[in-house]
Ligand binder design. Structure first.
Ligand SMILES: NC(=O)c1ccc[n+]([C@@H]2O[C@H](COP(=O)([O-])OP(=O)(O)OC[C@H]3O[C@@H](n4cnc5c(N)ncnc54)[C@H](OP(=O)(O)O)[C@@H]3O)[C@@H](O)[C@H]2O)c1
Length: 291
């Protein structure tokens, strides 16, 4: 059972393993969230664009009392949609998201993407509007409604621009990170600025059919440690100090992905750390195109 916690720069503790919910909709939300809470997960990662806030809040309302938990025992992250960037739209979105999740606070709220929906990636308004959104997040953080605030899919240039023009350094940056795409430069930068890196797509977005699962190196490490490929990939992220967000609708996988109390020896870490030199792949969208 993995109950590790990560201390963010604002002093708030966040579970190191949270349930990912991208593309988890309808009845699958109830199955996944219930299985996760029963397995011991205490964190859920959602986003406005995942369109599952309502199902998540309904499940929490039902399951939390059943297993003797309260809202405060759960860490909930959501994210601002790229279509709601800018001062006014961001405020309206936060108020709506709080209502949808039936909560008066969020543990973490992120700007999902550096760009603005339907705006050319080279347009300067991307910078102006995301800065406006950030100022709103800062206000809500100061008033205690957003306990932690951060960004997602921000590269070094996006972070530099934000930090140079605002009061609060993001507590978290949620980005794609796994042995096929380790983002070492960004990791170094975030470490220097005390920004916690949260790794997404640890399982190559598709699990067993992904190239990460087909990698002989990853397979051999898993075999040698008598662990599954998913467990090895998630442990690799945790060993680097990242939190991880395995997504699954399958209760067996949800249990497996939380069973991470094992060590990944230095030699195996090195093999995985070097994997990107021979095999490299980015599975999700590339934010580097956005100015
Ligand atoms: N901020 C962003 O822009 C962003 C982008 C992408 C993702 N995320 C967050 O990160 C989360 C995870 O990333 P992701 O959705 O890209 O996917 P992922 O976690 O890399 O992979 C999910 C896939 O792996 C399968 N899987 C899960 N556990 C498995 C296991 N133990 N063995 C074999 N297959 C397994 C799942 O299928 P089953 O359902 O059948 O288990 C699903 O198809 C998202 O849900 C979301 O919360 C954020």
């Amino acid at each position: 059972m993995e109950n590790e916690k990560i201390m963010l720069s604002n002093g708030l503790k966040m579970p190191a393993v949270l349930l990912g919910t991208f593309r988890t909709r309808g009845e699958h939300v109830n199955t996944a969230v219930t299985a996760a809470l029963k397995a011991g997960y205490r964190g859920i990662d959602t986003a406005d664009v995942y369109r599952n806030h309502k199902e998540i809040s309904e499940t929490l309302e039902k399951v939390l009392p059943e297993i003797g938990l309260k809202r405060e025992d759960i860490f909930i992250t959501s994210k601002l949609s790229p279509s709601d960037q800018g001062a006014e739209a961001c405020k309206v979105a936060i108020e709506r998201i709080l209502k949808e999740l039936k909560t008066d606070y969020l543990d973490l709220f992120l700007i999902h993407w550096p760009g603005v929906r339907k705006l050319d990636v080279n347009h300067q308004d991307n910078q102006i509007l995301r800065l406006e959104s950030w100022k709103v997040l800062e206000q809500y953080h100061k008033s205690g409604i957003l306990k932690s605030i951060g960004v997602s899919n921000f590269n070094i240039q996006h972070l530099d621009h934000l930090i140079n023009n605002s009061d609060i350094i993001p507590h978290v940056n949620q980005v794609e990170i796994h042995p096929h795409y380790p983002q070492q430069e960004l990791a170094q930068y975030c470490k220097q600025k005390n920004i916690h890196l949260q790794a997404y797509s640890s399982l190559g977005q598709d699990g067993s059919t992904s190239d990460l699962f087909q990698s002989e190196t990853v397979l051999n490490v898993a075999k040698s440690l008598k662990r599954t490929i998913a467990q090895v990939l998630l442990r690799w992220g945790l060993n680097h100090g990242y939190s991880v967000l395995p997504k699954s609708k399958n209760p067996d996988h949800i249990n497996e992905n939380f069973n991470l109390n094992f060590s990944l020896p230095a030699r195996e870490m090195e093999l995985l750390d070097n994997l990107h030199k021979t095999e490299t792949k980015k599975y999700a969208w590339n934010p580097d195109t956005v100015i």
